[in-house]
Design a protein around this ligand. Structure first.
Ligand SMILES: Nc1ncnc2c1ncn2[C@@H]1O[C@H](COP(=O)(O)OP(=O)(O)OP(=O)(O)O)[C@@H](O)[C@H]1O
Length: 247
């Protein structure tokens, strides 16, 4: 279980809080969607839960472990798929994955088998010895995903894993995530694809201006909002139509 208690975050030098008094509980084996307009605070929340940045106040635990007391156990427990590609462009797909596996203490034949199985599952086995800088965006996203799950994390965090990919890559990624979830992995992901989130997530939270506005099962939220036919209607209903440009 992931338990988030009263988390707030104000970046150094910022005038306002990016996340304010955020509370949320996510059960084991959920597929949970963090949704919200640009700048709502989704990446900030994911970065805090992955211990990449510290909250200004508040706390969280994952499976009872906290960053303060169980830093190394937490690192083994979670996988992170960042928004940006975290790959070495001049190394091959296989070399990249060997490197990421070794960072979690994996090596030898068992790591090679794991890499090849995942590459096959995600339709990339034929490209395993090609350099990453020859890959399309959709192929890089799939390699990024494999790199984050080689150590079999219990909880997988993904920041917009299907952004900028074609429908074929998107379907393969979602199918792979569903398989991981069936095998016990809890998934927390951010997305701007509301149709995808409606079908994929067991529960979603809509965040705006750093605050949790609503959370629940997609179907329940649709039923609760008068005139809403889908999650996009609920989202617009809650967050409005105004643009969220800021610099
Ligand atoms: N390093 C930083 N320093 C100062 N402010 C930041 C920093 N990172 C993010 N912010 C601000 O915090 C707020 C929340 O940003 P965040 O990236 O968490 O939103 P988001 O919901 O992930 O947005 P998007 O959908 O555009 O990715 C924004 O106002 C953003 O400008």
């Amino acid at each position: 279980m992931i338990d988030i208690q009263q988390i707030s975050k104000k970046y150094k030098g910022a005038d306002n809080f990016s996340v304010s008094n955020f509370n949320l509980t996510i059960a084991d084996q959920e597929i949970f969607g963090l949704l919200g307009p640009n700048g709502a605070g989704k990446t900030t929340i994911i970065s805090i839960l992955c211990s990449l940045i510290k909250p200004t106040s508040g706390s969280f635990s994952i499976a009872g472990l906290t960053y303060q007391k169980n830093k190394n156990e937490l690192k083994q427990l979670i996988g992170i798929v960042p928004q940006e590609y975290a790959l070495y462009p001049t190394l091959t797909a296989f070399e990249n994955l060997k490197y990421f596996g070794s960072m979690y203490g994996l090596n030898g034949k068992s790591l090679d088998t794991k890499i090849n199985t995942a590459l096959e599952h995600l339709g990339l086995l034929a490209f395993s010895h090609k350099k990453i800088d020859t890959f399309s965006g959709g192929m890089k996203r799939r390699i990024n995903l494999i790199a984050s799950v080689l150590h079999n994390p219990n909880v997988l965090f993904l920041d917009e894993p299907t952004v900028g990919v074609d429908i074929q890559s998107k379907n393969v990624i979602i199918e792979y995530l569903n398989d991981l979830n069936q095998n016990g992995t809890t998934i927390i992901y951010t997305s701007h694809h509301l149709n995808e989130a409606e079908n994929f997530c067991s529960r979603v939270a809509i965040i705006d201006h750093g605050k949790l506005v609503v959370e629940g099962k997609p179907q329940e939220l649709i039923e609760q909002h008068l005139g809403a036919h889908n999650l996009e209607d609920v989202f617009i209903n809650i967050t409005g139509k105004a643009l969220r440009d800021h610099a």
